[in-house]
Design a protein around this ligand. Structure first.
Ligand code: HEM
Length: 148
């Protein structure tokens, strides 16, 4: 990898991330643990997840510009995500990285794991919040970088 390369560039940009999210969403919709959460195919899901991931990995900030961070808080509110569901989500995503032909080097996988662990914990906490005070304090798309 080039030292100056972003995770977004290393992943292969929008085209590769879109392919990853497509494959991941198919796995999610077919999964017995996750089907209680993902009951039907939401047509915007793949594009919106691609925008979020691209921004998180140092690419264009399209998610923030077009949807805003409040959107991702709102979509997870009241879903009551269980530990099993959160863990399954992370496992399927890591499987999809390999299957979509994204780079499989350890620094990249570690950065993706950190993004996923953090993001899925935020989504889970927000999914149980009864009041705004119980929401995770993050209010901007987090930017991940290469592990130290
Ligand atoms: C890194 C972690 C996560 C990210 C970046 C993320 C991102 C998103 C985004 C962008 C949407 C909106 C899709 C749209 O506008 O169509 C969404 C919806 C949703 N998310 Fe998450 N999410 C994460 C974790 C989770 C977890 C752990 C669960 C449950 C196991 C979950 C369950 C859902 C559900 C049920 C929806 C609404 C239904 C759908 O769009 O298919 N999310 N998520």
């Amino acid at each position: 990898m080039e030292p100056s390369e972003t995770l977004y560039e290393h992943a292969g940009g929008d085209e590769a991330l879109h392919r990853l999210e497509e494959l991941f969403y198919d796995k999610v919709l077919a999964d017995p643990v996750l089907k209680a959460q993902f009951k039907e195919r939401v047509p915007t899901h793949i594009d919106h997840l691609t925008w979020f991931t691209a921004e998180s990995f140092g690419g264009p900030d399209r998610f923030t510009q077009e949807l805003g961070f409040q959107y991702i808080i709102d979509v997870h509110r009241h879903l009551k995500i269980t530990d099993d569901q959160r863990e399954r989500f992370v496992t399927l995503y890591l499987e999809a990285i390999g299957e979509a032909g994204l780079p499989n080097d350890e620094p990249f996988r570690q950065a993706v794991r950190e993004h996923l662990e953090f993001g899925s914990q935020v989504a889970q906490q927000n999914s149980w919040a009864k009041t705004d005070a119980e929401l995770h304090p993050i209010r901007n798309v987090p930017r991940w970088n290469w592990p130290d």
